[in-house]
Design a protein around this ligand. Sequence first.
Ligand SMILES: [Zn+2]
Length: 407
Amino acid sequence: MLISATTKLYYQNPYWRECTATVLHQVTDEFQKNWVAFDQTIFYPTGGGQPHDTGYIGQHKVLDVEDREGVVWHQIENPLHSDQKQIQMSIDWDRRFDHMQQHAGQHILSAAFAEEYRASTIGFHLGQETCTIDLDIKELTEEMAKEVEAYANQIVFENRDIIARFVHEEELEKYPLRKKPTVEEDIRLVIIPDFDYNPCGGTHPNRTGEVGPILILQWEKHKGHIRLEFTVGKRTVERLHDKHALLRQVSRLLQTNEAGLQEALLRLHTEQKELADELLQVKEALFSHEKDMLIRQAEQLADRMLITQRYEERPLSELQKIAQLITGQEANAIVLLITGGTKQQFVCACGKEADVEMNTWVKRILPRVEGKGGGNALIAQGGAASTYNPDQIHTYAREELQILLEK
Ligand SMILES: [Zn+2]
């Protein structure tokens, strides 16, 4: 089946939003997708880093557009009626114009980098929210980025012509191209006179003023190059609006204005650090107080001091801290601290003269509470299955300790 190449109206005039076309062919592929080709189209197919257009063909939503050997195929949800020959098509103009802005903005930004820092662009991605280019350059400073951004926007403000033209291969040497065309015939150059000459098959506005503001967002090292993220046109305006709304909100929260934000945040940071230090001191005083109380409540067991306590919910780290405070002070103390709550955990600790191995004790408790744990001779800890409460753990632990001490 030979189908004649589609007349690509988006090259004749990228501003056309509607047209009438004649149906030439319709196929359903192996994935049950319906594709239609026409004599002409205003739908731009995915290619050259620019996503395809969306819109309507008759009543049918266009889901995808592909160029296969010069024929532009449109994917629609349901096949067209076989007697339908002439049909109206319209593209989603907001989406197309956004792509025109991003695409042309990329040309300008890439040209600005090439001119200012001889940094060529080796990759381009037009994303849903932002775009990226990969620059063949090792380092990029804030100063360089600002300078290139200003230069690119200057080209926008000067509202220069953007000319797209098909040329023959022999003509190419007349133009100072930054990169070689990837095709040998139907070579299309996108020219911003005295600034940029680029082989490109995408859609662009007629003048740089329509491209709108170019904003560099951030950059990072990527495979030995710099990957730079930016927005163009309406996306830039929307992004800046949202950013300023956020800044106003944050300023209100911190009871300052934008200029005072940095200072207010630094102050908050310092205050928070001071509070954390203070909290630590208070906690340490509390732990020391708890240690004294627990020592007073100690019972005697086989010439040792036994201290046990159950808590409703407490971090294991606090139990360890308290246990160590006790055993640091009382050399013959054996301590068992248990917490319930979201996790059933326990700590076993002893002083240097207690003469029992805590890891051995914990190892004996664990099978009885279906738990896991470990430690050394002076301090060990474990976690029990959630079906065991602190009282049960306490009972089993005491039984096992009794056995250990009798050995
Ligand atoms: Zn382009």
